[in-house]
Design a protein around this ligand. Structure first.
Ligand SMILES: *Cc1c(COP(=O)(O)O)cnc(C)c1O
Length: 392
């Protein structure tokens, strides 16, 4: 008997995915990240990276990485709590604390681990975790893993949240409300001041994952908390990632002294893992400076977004309520979305289709994203192709 029968019939499971147009494939990137990439030996104009400010391959960031690698080597070598907490990590934490206006910051290896670690250090059995139903997978997983009572509220809806916050039996328990700062597949921003107010009334804490807001939102790129002017008494747990607008790799949690000390003691994804390479921290310190200082990057992004939204709307495409560099075009069925991306790829434009379960059924979409490195002419090229591709 084959060892892939019965409960181990992986091939029929994979075949079923293919039938439903849900099969995922990787392709080979043969160039640095950027607006023009080489993928599987073919050049593309790309609109699907999260490198929103164009820092992933910025010469100053690359040079800082090289310099630091010469000074501190490549590997992190050990956990932060053993002897892996390098002065480059420490300096980045201090600079991020100042940038976010929080007491302290703790670095994690990536955003997924930051979310799992923070939620699980704070909550356990008997507590309550409330999540926006469109939260990023890592936040949903974090809540489920914690063993706390798990409840989703209506997307970006403070009224729905209030109902669940009033759930009896949790008055003296920890209640944590968790939301994306900019929703990763829709690009919209939740009403954080209202959510924070509801939390205060019910003695709950608010955790915001601003993976897509840092660098793109706020006067100085301080993300949704700068945009809404919310301090650490409004958003007690603030999480950001370094692999998107920062253009490097890693993540951080920012908050009070007590929060950070608690995470150092209890966040298992912080304790039981090797520190990120210190040269990554050094490179991120340079990208943080660029992100704060070079306002033109955010201004140019705003222009690109405006031009695209105006053009796509005129062509009759369904846009989402988004002011961020995430500008999805909702197509509907998985099959149609895949057809459109394939057609665009044939014309040299790369935009990945996002399908369930990443987004709700019937809302498969082209997740168009912009980078400060795109030109207005490149947006026009995209619009011209979308014009040709649209059902007439
Ligand atoms: C990308 C992303 C993460 C994960 O961050 P990584 O550093 O890539 O692991 C977490 N939350 C949101 C909202 C994201 O978009």
């Amino acid at each position: 008997m084959s060892n892939e029968t019965g409960p181990w019939a992986l091939s029929s499971e994979l075949e079923a995915r293919k039938q439903k147009h849900l099969y995922r494939k990787r392709r080979l990137l043969q160039s640095p990240q950027g607006t023009q990439v080489l993928l599987d030996n073919k050049p593309y104009l790309a609109f699907c990276s999260n490198d929103y400010l164009g820092l992933a391959n910025h010469p100053d960031v690359v040079a800082a990485f090289q310099r630091a690698a010469n000074e501190c080597g490549v590997g992190g070598g050990a956990s932060h709590l053993v002897n892996g907490h390098h002065q480059q990590h420490h300096a980045l934490e201090e600079e991020l604390a100042e940038f976010t206006g929080r007491d302290r910051v703790l670095l994690f290896s990536n955003g997924y681990m930051a979310n799992i670690g923070a939620v699980n250090a704070l909550l356990g059995k008997g507590d309550l975790v409330l999540e926006d139903r469109l939260n990023h997978a890592s936040l949903l997983d974090a809540g489920l893993l914690s063993g706390a009572r798990f409840q989703r509220y209506q997307h970006a809806n403070p009224t729905s949240l209030q109902q669940y916050l009033s759930k009896p039996g949790y008055d003296d328990k920890r209640k944590l409300v968790v939301t994306d700062g900019v929703f990763s597949m829709d690009g919209d921003i939740p009403p954080l001041p209202e959510l924070a107010q509801s939390c205060k009334e019910k003695n709950a804490w608010l955790m915001v994952d601003d993976a897509h807001g840092f660098g793109t939102l706020g006067e100085n790129g301080g993300g949704c908390v700068e945009h809404f002017n919310l301090g650490q008494n409004d958003v007690q747990v603030l999480m950001g990632t370094l692999g998107k607008a920062f253009g490097t790799s890693g993540a951080f949690v920012a908050g009070s002294e007590l929060l950070i000390e608690t995470l150092i003691q209890k966040a298992r994804t912080y304790i039981y893992t090797t520190a990120m390479p210190p040269a990554i921290a050094a490179a991120t310190r340079v990208s943080l400076k660029l992100l704060q200082k070079e306002n033109w990057r955010r201004e140019h992004l705003a222009e690109l977004i405006k031009r695209f939204r105006h053009g796509a709307d005129q062509l009759g495409y369904e846009l989402m309520d988004s002011a961020s560099p995430i500008q999805p075009l909702v197509i509907g069925s998985e099959e149609k979305a895949l057809k459109l991306t394939a057609w665009l790829e044939n014309k040299g434009v790369l935009i990945t289709a996002i399908r369930p379960p990443t987004v709700p059924k019937g809302t498969a979409r082209l997740r168009v994203t912009f980078s400060a490195d795109h030109t207005l002419e490149q947006v026009d090229t995209l619009l011209e192709l979308l014009d040709q591709a649209r059902p007439k």
